[in-house]
Unconditional design. Structure first.
Length: 459
């Protein structure tokens, strides 16, 4: 197991899953097992170091859609289908969709290992060829779909777009502020694309969740022998971004010591690698993103005010989705189209009833949450994310409901509305609905209703 290639195994039958994992492990092949298609989606990225093995029949979604999705993300990613013996037509469809191979149940461990080995060999070659073609990797982008495409015609988004267009070409560094999922990274990418630097790299670095010394060498690079373990010289992200844009995500998490060093780079446009005395000139534009109020953080001594002022020359403030509910319809339509093409499904309709329900929701996860919801609706998958709302929406796409289901649906809807009316207060909602608090609580749990948090006050 020397090359870190992984088999992503999607199989809902626990016995079958275990048997496959054991067979692969005995052959020295690493695997990662999931029992549904949905959690596999975020794992499958362009250049995924491995292959996919999926059962044809899965409880939510199906193997064929997963293959289509994988092929749309990376056309060279080999996918192997496991099919039941009656599924030969489906298997043929899968091969037509570009599946690499299919194995019919029941099969021997050797059969699986043999097919996987060949697929891994093919993958290894494709990845090597890809590296040769495109070294160094262009950016830490997340796929091309939303690139530079900021959807939304609310007054808030129009102002954001105007500001971006105004400042993109000028050499100023930019701070992007907004709650989680409001599109900070998308704004950074748009700034990059519209700047004169779009042929240069877009390099993203998350300042959070990394030990200080690692972040230090990630940002500034090091010379060979700078510290134990530093065998070779390493170029840091700042230098890598030369000629392009450096996107510093979660700036609020940057350790104070690093903030001083970053400030110097911003002022002097040069840096020293760890373990070196010579400075290197760098030509980067920095776009930094934060979820927090940096002035507040500075007041409590957790952020350097001078760095804040240096970056604050231009701030793009992204309003949370609950303040631009006008955008929901447009965003939903946009995400439905993306989801439908990704999953090979029909584009779900955006209807007034669905929109009405969504408009009352607080969207703590903002646009990302809406995007996830659109994916689920397109796939017809239910999720506790929006409780009643989503189940209602997806059941609309599915078969007609029984009487009992309709009654439950109605009850669910009443509870959700009452909770929204009462800012999520259980006691007040129970009183209004004239049921015991414990009964209401049971129902909330049974229906998977998530009580939206009250809108936070501005700092
Ligand atoms: N205005 C928009 N139009 C289209 N897609 C959007 C828009 N805003 C956000 N998105 C999409 O929503 C998702 C979240 O956006 P993004 O990653 O830019 O958010 P973020 O503010 O960086 O979130 P976090 O703070 O959690 O990192 C992405 O898939 C992005 O493409
Ligand atoms: Mg982000």
């Amino acid at each position: 197991m020397n090359d870190e290639m992984t088999v992503l195994l999607v199989e809902d039958d626990p016995d079958m899953q275990l048997a496959c994992r054991q067979a692969l492990s005995l052959a020295g092949i690493r695997s990662r097992a999931l029992d549904a298609a949905e959690p596999a989606l975020p794992i499958i990225t362009p250049g995924y170091r491995g292959v996919v093995v999926t059962d044809m029949r899965l409880p939510q979604g199906d193997g064929l859609s997963l293959v289509k999705y994988a092929r749309s993300v990376d056309p060279e990613l080999p996918c192997i289908m496991i099919t039941g013996h009656g599924d030969i037509n489906l298997a043929v469809d899968a091969m037509r969709e570009g599946a690499y191979d299919f194995i019919t149940k029941p099969f021997s461990p050797e059969k699986l290992v043999d097919s996987v080995r060949r697929a891994l060999d093919k993958r290894r070659l494709a990845l090597q060829a890809g590296q040769a073609r495109s070294a160094p990797a262009p950016a830490a982008g997340k796929g091309s779909d939303g690139l530079g495409r900021l959807v939304g015609s609310s007054a808030g988004m129009q102002a954001v777009r105007r500001l971006i267009a105004e400042i993109a070409a000028s050499p100023v560094d930019v701070l992007v502020h907004g709650e989680t999922g409001t599109g900070k990274e998308l704004v950074a990418q748009s700034l990059h694309e519209l700047s004169g630097r779009s042929s240069g790299p877009f390099v993203a670095l998350n300042c959070g969740g990394m030990p200080d010394n690692l972040l230090d060498s990630e940002l500034f690079g090091h010379e060979a022998g700078a510290f134990t373990g530093a065998q070779k010289r390493r170029i840091g992200k700042i230098e890598h971004a030369s000629g392009g844009t450096l996107f510093l995500d979660e700036l609020e998490s940057m350790p104070m010591g690093m903030q001083v060093k970053l400030l110097r780079v911003l002022q002097e446009r040069k840096l020293e690698r760890l373990g070196s005395n010579t400075s290197v000139a760098v030509d980067v534009r920095v776009v930094a993103a934060t979820k927090e109020n940096l002035v507040e953080k500075a007041r409590s001594g957790q952020f350097r005010l001078d760095l804040y002022y240096r970056l604050n020359v231009v701030t793009v403030d992204l309003p949370p989705l609950r303040r631009r509910t006008d955008d929901i319809a447009e965003l939903l339509a946009h995400f439905f189209v993306l989801a439908a093409s990704r999953f090979g499904r029909p584009v779900p309709p955006v209807n007034a009833d669905l929109l009405e329900r969504l408009a009352g929701y607080a969207w703590p996860g903002n646009v990302r949450e809406l995007r996830n919801l659109a994916d689920c609706i397109a796939l017809g998958v239910s999720t506790p994310l929006l409780g009643a709302t989503l189940q209602y929406a997806s059941s609309e796409l599915a078969s007609p409901r029984s009487l009992a289901e309709s009654v439950e649906e109605y009850e669910r809807k009443l509870i959700l509305e009452e909770l929204q009316r009462n800012d999520g207060s259980l006691a007040r909602s129970a009183r209004a609905l004239r049921v015991a608090k414990t009964t209401l609580n049971d129902k909330i749990r049974r229906y998977g209703i998530s009580v939206a948090p009250a809108e936070p006050r501005e700092g």
